[in-house]
Design a protein around this ligand. Structure first.
Ligand SMILES: Cc1cc2nc3c(=O)[nH]c(=O)nc-3n(C[C@H](O)[C@H](O)[C@H](O)COP(=O)(O)O)c2cc1C
Length: 289
């Protein structure tokens, strides 16, 4: 089956499809468009840029190519920047559950994030079950405390070598006191790990995928911004990937296949906190080249 089908009756030979094609699959150098023997990554740019809708891509969903003629109002630069600056990590949530539909809308935003070569290697797990989130919290603490213990008693550690400490090891060392403090709080019913959030979403990928952190980061950012637009707050939980890399039990409960890794995870829920001021950050350190 062809990766792209061109309707030559509709085509006005404007060349836009070829211009926007990242792999130059479409050759417009002659009177009639031809497909070159190059791999099409099904990014859909050609169909989106064709003024006559003369392109069909069997791999993609035609009904998702919804016509639009302008950038939505929402993306005026000032409004967009305000939206970015208004997003804060939410750590105080209402008990209101997050419906499955809402979580699906958040995941849908992630689905449209860019990926290298349009390979789309990311997978998702999600939960709005308090019991499941309790299990995840318990197993995350188990794994983190075990890792802290192995650092304090290095004979128990598999990585007890003379090699320079890894980044993960140094990160754990920095966090050791914090993790123990969070675990003590958790014993008293105060959740400083998952912040008593009613929903959790994690992004995972095969261990074979090269640098999935970039793709998952881009994807997660689209998801958390969509969550904001839906009236939810979110908080990334770096401790989950730290814990799951060392805990087959946690991966099992999260339904992450053995050959996959959690790349990033965040909790979500309706905020029980208002911010009346936008965020301040350090100035960007830029050098003009
Ligand atoms: C990769 C990553 C991991 C994070 N892990 C945690 C975490 O485990 N727990 C937490 O409360 N916040 C976590 N955060 C939130 C950061 O602390 C927060 O984004 C930062 O302090 C800036 O605050 P803001 O998001 O409210 O602007 C994480 C953020 C990122 C980007």
């Amino acid at each position: 089956m062809e990766s792209i089908i061109i309707d030559h009756d509709r085509c006005i030979h404007c060349g836009m499809c070829s211009n926007v094609c990242v792999r130059k699959v479409i050759d417009d150098s002659e009177d009639i468009l031809k497909l070159r023997d190059m791999e099409c990554i099904s990014c859909g740019h050609c169909k989106a840029a064709c003024p006559e809708d003369a392109i069909e891509i069997p791999d993609l969903y035609a009904e998702e190519f919804i016509p639009f003629s302008r950038v939505p109002d929402f993306t005026s630069p000032e409004k967009l920047l305000t939206f970015f600056r208004a997003r804060r990590s939410t750590r105080i949530y209402k008990e209101t559950p997050v419906e499955k539909d809402t979580i699906e809308q958040i995941i849908e935003a992630g689905r449209f994030a860019p990926t290298g070569g349009n390979r789309q290697p990311l997978r998702y797990v999600a939960s709005n079950s308090l019991e499941k989130i309790d299990e995840i919290r318990t197993l995350t603490f188990d794994s983190l405390l075990k890792q802290v213990d192995q650092m304090v008693n290095p004979t128990k550690s598999k990585s007890n070598t003379d090699a320079a400490p890894s980044v993960v090891y140094r990160t754990m060392l920095d966090y050791a006191e914090l993790i123990k403090d969070m675990a003590r709080a958790c014993d008293k019913g105060v959740d400083r790990l998952l912040w008593h959030a009613p929903a959790l979403i994690a992004i995972h990928a095969s261990k074979e995928v090269e640098s999935p952190e970039i793709e998952a980061g881009l994807c997660a950012m689209q998801m958390v911004l969509m969550a904001e637009a839906l009236g939810l707050g979110t908080c990334f939980i770096g401790f989950i990937n730290m814990a799951s890399d060392n805990s087959p039990e946690l991966k099992k409960v999260m339904q992450i296949p053995d050959h996959h890794r959690v790349i990033t995870a965040f909790v979500a829920g309706y905020p029980d906190v208002n911010y009346y001021r936008l965020v301040s950050r350090k100035p960007a350190q830029v050098r003009w080249m």
